[in-house]
Design a protein around this ligand. Structure first.
Ligand code: B3K
Ligand code: ZN
Length: 856
């Protein structure tokens, strides 16, 4: 283990930079293995006490460095180089050589397929040149890109194109200028050959913006949805937040090799092609939805992230939490608000709660970071968005908007902190949010315990709420937080009015009393999932049923349903019961009757809670018993209502595919029907016909998933057909790989081996790796948690190989293996053994090291 692996940076140690860079000129002479980068920066000393200039750099060959034209010697540091006793103001010229084609970490400048592209967030710019690679150093960029004209007809960078021309030996060049000062993590360059889609957007104030979308050759017809989504996002941000786009051109480039979803580089977004390309035959409704949401997310960053950026990386949630919240608001406006919210609640419960209770627990503003890439987490992003949502709930729509206006006007062009954001919200609304600020510094999932009593004689309803946050791996002591607890009170009989309110829980324990509750009430707590907390409330099946039937909040209705079903699953698991409690059966009978009236919501209600969601409800879980119980309930419901599933499925057939809300909802419900039908004997023919007649990827995938989940022999037959049809399409093949990797069967490890020796498999392609190993580790519960530990060993063997290629992706895949505290002692021990193997590995990346060390 080298020493730099174990050193963590602390938020408390933040120091403003000693130097600023007002302008930088970059020149790239692009060659596969030897790209020459010339960087000319105008540097100014801002802190006279700091005499030396230290620059970050990684995997660079330094060809020369000049200060005001004089070649200068440098000394090497752990992070890069040091220039001693530099002048107060000077021109710094640095020439470096880099190797894009062998850059498989996909940070800095690399090649994806035939195209050069960059990824600089968080600290990738230091792989391009020596620089002050920190977000609070903001400069104006001019960038010249030189490349072979035939291989790279398009030469792109941030901002506006100001000049271009031909060069010697079949090469050409383009010069770009970005008028807005920006941190280097927003720098981008692309050079390659693409097909281009073009459009225009006229802003609210009447400016024309050119929109350009670059996709792999032959994919033009798959880019329209992304382009339409961009225009919707631009219009929405103007209407909702009064925020207009600020450059004359907005470019999006889709590439196949990308570590994450997309990147918001100023004026030149780079996207994983998964979040750009779609048509009915090859993309699912979920893909269409995701594309719209990620396109919007990156666009919204132009204000929340780019114009106002982060002072340091501990503040990441400043831009990510806020931008996720904004994209969620947008999606809710574009599609069904209820379903968008339900899916978000699932993400929180399945993934964020797990992170908060595991070894990587951290507040949305982490206090200590070893490897920044490890903190692009569900906590920073999704819990961060929940924190913004709570502010929105507490301040109201208008108050929140006032706060946003104040934040943007006060900090435009600056690099700021989460505190600055909360301060703007406070100032614009004259509110004291000091207790609320605890959400930024405290990790863990608060548990709200509820004691509820209704007194018929006084017609009073009393609620006693107690909050407690269990200690987390990073923090033992917890303080009470300001929690908005939205509730809905409905009469159990269904007769009469209900009541909705947001309770402000600020103390550790608090009593709330409601007068004039004349009929027996059922209480729905945390309606709309008003806070990222768990609720401990012993409601009765009767009251849960009343909430499902009579509450106005769809999330509360869905939640009550999930709770009822979860309780049933746990009862079965505990008693090893042959008999299943009656209430889920009554519930399903009712839901199936009404299914056509609210297809989208009822589809979500009919879906059993996932294994991951169930696991979060207990401190200890018995994997086999829980999987068995879930399965038992599913089969029972499938058989009991086989006629209804079949009838409903037939009624739900759609005309020709269109990505349109009503159709989407029907397809979703029809997919749920299929998943139950696959558990019944008579289903083979239905499944085969459904596959045969499907005109879209959503329905096709629903059949394949249903067959996969039930391990039907039909699965292999259809998968062969599917492969034959799609073997040349990388995005569809990702689905094929994932379906195989997620199949829970005794031979699943050999299946994985086969998949990885498949001609289309590549360890260098993150999408492919995630399809196979990600699906296995996260979702193939049975295979991954095999009692003999072979699943853990398999993942570990692979991680050792992958870590040398792409540490960022490796560190994401280890997640399910470090969240092991709920498992039985035998499995825990087997996991620790594998973690030790990783720990003892000589050249483990800092990314994996941080996680493994914490997990042990
Ligand atoms: N800001 C990027 C994420 C960069 C991740 C670096 N490891 C995408 C986004 O959140 O919009
Ligand atoms: Zn983002």
């Amino acid at each position: 283990m080298s020493s730099n692996q174990s050193r963590a940076m602390k938020l408390a140690d933040y120091q403003a930079p000693g130097f600023s860079v007002s302008d930088i000129y970059l020149e790239f002479d692009l060659q596969d293995e030897q790209t020459r980068v010339t960087a000319i920066s105008q540097v100014q000393r801002v802190d006279s006490a700091i005499r030396d200039l230290e620059l970050d750099g990684k995997k660079l060959i330094l060809e020369g460095l000049w200060i005001n034209g004089t070649q200068t010697e440098v000394s090497l540091t752990e992070q890069g180089i040091r220039l001693t006793e530099v002048p107060d103001q000077f021109e710094l010229r640095i020439e470096t050589l880099i190797d894009p084609v062998n850059n498989h970490a996909l940070e800095g400048l690399y090649k994806s397929g035939g195209a050069f592209c960059t990824q600089c967030e968080a600290q990738g710019f230091r792989r391009i040149t020596y620089f002050l690679d920190r977000p609070d150093v903001m400069a104006r960029y001019r960038v010249k890109v030189i490349a072979d004209k035939q291989d790279c007809p398009y030469l792109l960078a941030n901002g506006n194109l100001i000049d271009s021309g031909d060069a010697e030996q079949g090469r050409h060049w383009a010069l770009w200028e970005d008028p807005f000062p920006k941190p280097c993590y927003l720098f981008a360059l692309v050079a390659g050959d693409f097909d281009k889609l073009e459009d225009q957007f006229t802003t609210h104030s009447g400016r024309q913006v050119e929109l350009q979308l670059f996709v792999d050759k032959g994919n033009v017809s798959r880019g329209q949805h992304a382009l339409d989504s961009l225009k919707k996002a631009m219009a929405w941000d103007e209407q909702k937040y009064g925020l207009e786009y600020d450059l004359d051109i907005y470019m999006i480039v889709a590439v196949d090799f990308f570590n994450m979803g997309a990147m918001e580089n100023k004026g030149l977004n780079i996207f994983n092609s998964k979040y750009v390309l779609a048509d009915a035959a090859s993309a699912t409704d979920q893909d269409y939805f995701n594309i719209e949401s990620v396109i919007a997310h990156e666009y919204f960053h132009n204000w929340t992230g780019n114009r106002v950026t982060c002072r340091d990386w501990f503040q990441l949630s400043l831009k990510e939490g806020l931008t996720v919240f904004r994209d969620q608001q947008f999606s809710a406006d574009m599609a069904s608000a209820a379903i968008v919210r339900i899916n978000q609640v699932r993400v929180m419960r399945e993934h964020q709660f797990a992170e908060d209770s595991g070894p990587m627990a951290h507040p949305i503003r982490p206090a200590e970071v070893m490897e920044m890439n490890n903190f692009y987490s569900v906590t920073v992003y999704d819990k961060g968005a929940e924190v913004i949502r709570m502010l929105h709930t507490l301040l109201g729509e208008q108050g929140f908007r006032k706060g946003m206006d104040c934040y943007i006007s006060r900090h435009d062009g600056q690099a700021v902190t989460c505190d600055d954001f909360v301060q703007a919200m406070e100032d614009a609304n004259q509110r004291d949010l000091s207790l609320f600020r605890g959400w930024y510094s405290q990790s863990g999932t608060p548990v709200i315990s509820v004691d509820c009593e209704w007194d018929e004689s006084t017609q009073q309803l009393r609620l006693d709420l107690t909050q407690k946050t269990p200690p987390t791996a990073d923090q033992a002591e917890k303080q009470p937080l300001h929690i908005p607890v939205a509730i809905e009170v409905v009469p159990v009989s269904g007769q009469g009015e209900g009541r909705s309110e947001v309770l402000s829980l600020t103390g550790q324990q608090q009593r709330f009393t409601f007068e004039n509750i004349s009929a027996e009430p059922a209480v729905a707590l945390l309606t709309g999932f008003s806070a990222p907390v768990k609720v401990d409330y012993q409601s009765t099946p009767g009251h849960q049923l009343a909430v499902i039937l009579y509450a106005s909040d769809p999330v509360a209705r869905w939640d009550a349903c999930q709770q009822l079903v979860s309780d049933a699953i746990f009862t079965i698991a505990q008693n090893d019961a042959r008999t299943v409690p009656d209430f889920p059966i009554e519930l399903f009978a009712g839901l199936l009757e009404q299914a056509q009236t609210e297809p989208a919501l009822i589809a979500e209600m009919l879906e059993l809670p996932s294994f991951e969601t169930l696991a979060q409800q207990r401190d200890r879980i018995d994997v086999d018993a829980l999987l068995g119980a879930r399965k038992q309930l599913k089969t029972l419901l499938a058989e009991k209502f086989s006629a209804q599933w079949q009838r409903l499925f037939i009624q739900l057939s759609n005309p020709q595919y269109d990505y349109q809300q009503q159709q989407v909802e029907r397809r979703r419900l029809s997919g749920v029907c299929l998943s139950y039908l696959a558990c019944t004997e008579a289903s083979l023919d239905i499944l085969r016909q459904a596959y045969k007649h499907s005109d879209n990827m959503t329905d096709t995938l629903a059949v394949l998933k249903a067959c996969q989940a039930e391990n039907l022999p039909l699965f292999d037959e259809l998968m062969q057909d599917f492969e034959q049809r799609w073997h040349d399409d990388p995005l569809v093949m990702d689905k094929w790989f994932a379906l195989h990797a997620g199949r829970q069967h005794p031979g699943c490890l050999s299946t994985l081996q086969l998949l990885m020796s498949h001609g289309r498999y590549s360890i260098n392609n993150p999408n492919r790796v995630r399809s196979v190993m990600g699906t296995f580790a996260f979702y193939n519960t049975e295979g991954f948690h095999r009692r003999d530990g072979s699943g853990y060993r398999f993942l570990t063997d692979y991680l050792l190989e992958l870590d040398a290629v792409n540490p960022q992706v490796a560190a994401r895949l280890i997640t399910p293996m470090i969240q092991y505290a709920k498992l039985d002692e035998n499995r825990q021990q087997k996991i620790r053994l594998q973690l030790l193997r990783l720990f003892e590995h000589k050249s483990l990346s800092r990314d994996l090291y941080e996680k493994v060390q914490k997990a042990l």
